[in-house]
Design a protein around this ligand. Structure first.
Ligand code: GCO
Length: 255
């Protein structure tokens, strides 16, 4: 098999949570472009259908499953339904939200909602999928971490805590499931031009600061992330486990 063939995902099935927009949509598009059948997910049917139709119109193999990744019972039911249609080889835990406020003013309900979406969901969905991957002795799980898994800044303490948890849960999953043929890795995006960061991108002062802090001197573009996901999902990374791949223009390497 040639090196480039190890990146191909033909015959593989992938689930990407939170994939109706932003980073999740870009990763779903990349995995499908590499040959995978991708199951899209979102909590709301409208955006999910729009994403499905957009990728299907590109000739990509996609289906969709609308469920709330923060609801353990809904997750178990959804994974059972998806597996009835065919075994999952790849799981990308992408669903996440951002809420910004000084920690001393943070609303308890917002803390719970952010932790449920960014961290609890990774546990719920990964456990449900791993219970099916384990007997098959094969699978790749990719968790969306963040540069905030390593560093922080004012007003994003809960998000930082959640992404630090995702990083360590990634390493822990690799320890539990690595002996059974399942690899678990993370992708840590830097500052990307997404809806989640719209306010930051449109703030000239903040944008200039981020570009100055980033050795590559630019914001991340969604196209920068797909290849990293294909690599970690495919046999190209067959001996990579418990690793967080930072796609951040060098931000975490800079003072
Ligand atoms: C913020 C941003 C970050 C981004 C960044 C890291 O307010 O600082 O939302 O938390 O998520 O792209 O992944």
């Amino acid at each position: 098999m040639s090196v480039i063939d190890t990146f191909r995902l033909n015959g593989r099935r992938a689930l990407v949570t939170g994939s109706s927009m932003g980073i999740g949509f870009a990763i779903a598009q990349a995995l499908a472009s590499a040959g995978a059948h991708v199951v899209l997910n979102a909590r709301t049917r409208t955006r999910l259908d729009q994403a499905h139709d957009q990728l299907a119109a590109q000739g990509l193999a996609v289906s969709s499953q609308c469920f709330d990744v923060t609801d353990a019972n809904a997750v178990r039911e959804a994974i059972a339904h998806i597996e009835d249609q065919g075994p999952l080889d790849i799981l990308v835990n992408n669903a996440g939200i951002q809420i910004r406020a000084p920690l001393d003013q943070f609303a308890d309900d917002d803390w719970r909602r952010l932790m449920a979406t960014n961290l609890d969901s990774v546990y719920y969905v990964s456990k449900a999928v791993a219970q099916r991957m384990l007997p098959r002795q094969r699978g790749s799980i990719i968790n969306l971490c963040s540069v905030m898994s390593e560093v922080s800044r004012p007003t994003v303490a809960p998000y930082t805590a959640s992404k630090g948890g995702v990083k360590m849960l990634t390493k822990a999953m690799a320890n539990d499931w690595g002996p059974h043929g399942i690899r678990v890795n993370g992708i840590g995006p830097g500052f990307f031009k997404t809806e989640l960061n719209e306010k930051l991108v449109n703030d000239p002062k903040f944008s200039a600061w981020i570009e100055g802090r980033t050795p590559s001197r630019r914001w991340g573009e969604l196209e920068d992330l797909g290849p990293a996901a294909v690599y970690l999902a495919s046999d190209a990374s067959r001996f990579v486990n418990g690793h967080v791949l930072y796609v951040d223009g060098g931000l975490t390497a800079a003072l």
